[in-house]
Design a binder for this molecule. Structure first.
Ligand SMILES: [Zn+2]
Length: 174
């Protein structure tokens, strides 16, 4: 019983006085996620799809190359789109994706606002205001960005320590 009370207290603190401790937020989310020993990017993606009740689609987004944005999560109706700047390095690609998945685990679409109502022709061309918002999110070292980044690191470590190697680049895009 006392442990339960401690947990409740800790969760309460996270949303109030400890909201400036993004590393604690990330660690707590990671522990709550009950990450399996054989974690892969595929397994993680599938479990987040179940959690959010929405399919995740990862798209290579060359339009991001000219920006300082490595990845962008666009929550839509029953679909979470992750746009990733092209990279030849699998680990870098994985880190970009994990960062956006971390935002999902942390429920940051509930904080961000605005982005969910984007026009459906987004994939043809990324509107300037989206890029501007993404730049704002990624440039300022906000607590949300730090938490997402740290959670992505924890997930990457879990994947690297997994007995089964992460899914190949081709499988992820397939
Ligand atoms: Zn971010």
């Amino acid at each position: 019983m006392s442990a339960m009370i401690e947990n409740v207290t800790s969760a309460g603190n996270l949303t109030s006085s400890r909201s400036s401790a993004p590393i604690s937020v990330a660690r707590e989310a990671f522990c709550n996620a009950e990450v399996p020993k054989n974690l892969t990017l595929d397994i993680l993606t599938t479990s987040i799809e179940k959690m959010r009740g929405a399919r995740i689609k990862i798209l290579s987004a060359p339009m991001l190359t000219a920006t300082r944005v490595c990845g962008l999560w666009v929550p839509r109706e029953k679909l979470d789109v992750i746009l990733v700047a092209p990279t030849p390095w699998r680990l870098q690609y994985e880190q970009y994706v994990l960062h956006e998945l971390a935002h999902m685990i942390l429920g940051h679409d509930r904080l961000a606002g605005g982005i969910a109502g984007l026009p459906s022709d987004l994939f043809a061309e990324l509107p300037d205001h989206v890029v501007a918002r993404a730049l704002a999110r990624h440039d300022f070292r906000t607590a949300e960005e730090q938490a997402a980044e740290h959670l992505a690191d924890l997930l990457a470590e879990a994947i690297r320590n997994s007995p089964t190697e992460p899914a190949s680049f081709e499988q992820v895009f397939g």
